[in-house]
Design a binder for this molecule. Structure first.
Ligand SMILES: CC(C)(COP(=O)(O)OP(=O)(O)OC[C@H]1O[C@@H](n2cnc3c(N)ncnc32)[C@H](O)[C@@H]1OP(=O)(O)O)[C@@H](O)C(=O)NCCC(=O)NCCS
Length: 202
């Protein structure tokens, strides 16, 4: 269904650098196979409370197989965006947002986690907006996710994004988040590059 697959290093509007108050300048880009160790450090740095709130995340220390699976995703069906903070010791992953194709055509399932020290600085909002834009370019029209009813920050973020929040039938411990993905703005074609129309005056 997707028009094209994104390459991990491809520059796109959703990979523009960003500066956030309280965090500083960040690079946002697609996760790459070479990020496996940085991703391990990030996942291991999460507090128990943050780990518990990641409904779709696996518990336990990240195995090599899991890291390979997370970093070598199929770009035709999935995208994982990472936020990287630049320090003296190199780049550090401080947040990851991901979608993957759902069972319903045109629908993608999302998940997000921001490192404990960086929560509450709009990074989650920034990443989710970019993830939604990327999903739109890839042909998705809806993103859905799950959260616990007590996850106040995620519910606040969901409302900020315009998500519909609804119960999960038969599971009081979860709520379903659903947000429309607008189609991307058409990219203007420069006149010189576009097809000539017969009889058109210039
Ligand atoms: C949920 C999460 C992604 C939000 O990311 P974030 O960068 O902290 O969120 P933002 O700073 O963009 O803020 C989004 C909203 O959450 C609120 N918020 C952020 N941290 C909060 C906190 N600790 N307590 C209460 N509200 C908080 C913000 O005030 C904002 O609400 P507003 O629009 O009413 O002002 C992040 O808290 C997280 O990673 N949590 C653990 C994993 C998780 O819950 N994932 C979601 C399941 S898919």
């Amino acid at each position: 269904m997707n028009a094209r697959a994104l390459k991990p290093a491809e520059a796109t509007p959703w990979t523009d650098p960003v500066e956030l108050q309280g965090i500083g300048r960040l690079t946002i880009r697609a996760l790459a196979p070479s990020d496996a160790e940085a991703l391990r450090d990030f996942l291991e740095s999460l507090s128990d409370s943050t780990k518990r709130r990641r409904v779709l995340g696996e518990s336990g220390p990240p195995s090599d197989a899991r890291l390979a699976r997370l970093t070598r995703f199929d770009p035709a069906r999935e995208l994982a965006l990472v936020a990287l903070r630049h320090g003296d010791d190199g780049d550090e992953i401080i947040a990851v947002a991901r979608y993957s194709a759902g069972d319903t055509p045109g629908e993608a399932t999302f998940a997000i986690v921001v490192g404990d020290r960086y929560q509450g600085h709009c990074l989650g909002t920034e990443l989710m907006c970019r993830l939604r834009d990327a999903a739109g370019v890839m042909g998705y029209r809806r993103m859905v996710g799950l959260t616990q009813p007590v996850n106040t920050p995620m519910l606040a973020l969901a409302r900020r994004l315009g998500c519909r929040v609804s119960p999960v039938p038969g599971d009081d411990a979860l709520q379903r988040l659903s947000v429309a993905v607008p189609p991307p703005f058409p990219v203007p074609v420069p006149a010189a590059a576009g097809p000539r129309r017969a009889g058109r005056r210039t």
